[in-house]
Structures are given as structure tokens and as C-alpha cells.
Write a protein that binds this ligand. Structure first.
Ligand SMILES: [Zn+2]
Length: 146
């Protein structure tokens, strides 16, 4: 192999953007493998993050005899816990997405059925709607969610 160009514009969690072969089938086997790898790596990172926080909280919880210190500490913990809660939800979503890939249903808009597209999926691997439907859904959510 001669000179391999160094790819600097890396995508999520250090993955290089997918290079489709000309005429390649959308969400064929290589593409599915690519996104499975991204999602698994992402999930691993999230799970490590959750573990780290739990350890960190165990270490620090005992160190604040002063009630005022403890109060601010608890506040910090509850913020962290909320962040962890979001991560756990994200992990669930990643699992759901991995299942979609396995079922070969990944990559199409849940709402209108068009191809979501490799670029959008690399930026947001758990996306289940195309940009148009997502935008519409967000507008509707804002109108209802009050
Ligand atoms: Zn759509």
C-alpha cells in the first residue's frame, strides 16, 4: 500500500467517517458493521463514565463532617446523578439502536421512511428520524409540552 492519507476529521468517539464504495447499498453489511462499532464504543464510554462517578461519590461522601459542606456536596451529587440518569437512558437508546441494526431496520426515518443518511447518523448514531421529521416533531413537542 502506498501513502495513506492521514484522516484528521474524525467523527464521534474517534471513528473515521464511513467511506462508501461507489454504488454501495445503503445500510448493507459493511455499513451496519460500521455503526455497530460506533454504537458499541459509545456505550462503553458511557458505562465507564457511570462507573467513575459512582466511585468518585463513594470516595467523597464520607469526607464532609460539616453540614453546610455536606449540603453543597449533596447538591453536586444530585446534579451528577441526574447526568448519570441521562446517560443510562442514552445507553438504553443505544441498545435499542443496536437491535435495529441487527434487524436491518436501522437508518431509515421512523416517521416517513426515507434514508436518514450516513453523515447524519455518524453525527447522531441514535437518530431514528430524518432532519425534516425531527424538526417537525420538535415543533409539535414545543406546542404540546406546556
Ligand atoms: Zn422523515
Amino acid at each position: 500500500m502506498p501513502t495513506q492519507a492521514k484522516q484528521q476529521n474524525q467523527s464521534i468517539s474517534g471513528f473515521e467517517p464511513y467511506q462508501a464504495v461507489k454504488g454501495e447499498e445503503y445500510m448493507g453489511k459493511p455499513m451496519r458493521a460500521h455503526f455497530t462499532k460506533i454504537l458499541n464504543k459509545w456505550k462503553q464510554d458511557l458505562m465507564q463514565e457511570v462507573d467513575r462517578t459512582v466511585d468518585h461519590m463513594k470516595d467523597e461522601a464520607a469526607n464532609f463532617p460539616d453540614p453546610a459542606d455536606r449540603a453543597s456536596q449533596e447538591e453536586e451529587f444530585s446534579l451528577e446523578l441526574r447526568a448519570r440518569d441521562r446517560e443510562r437512558k442514552l445507553i438504553k437508546k443505544i441498545d435499542k439502536t443496536l437491535q435495529l441494526i441487527e434487524d436491518e431496520e436501522y437508518g431509515w426515518c421512523e416517521s416517513c421512511g426515507v434514508e436518514i443518511g450516513v453523515k447524519r447518523l455518524e453525527a447522531r448514531p441514535t437518530a431514528d428520524m430524518c432532519v425534516d421529521c425531527k424538526t417537525l416533531a420538535e415543533i409539535k413537542e414545543k406546542q404540546v409540552g406546556k
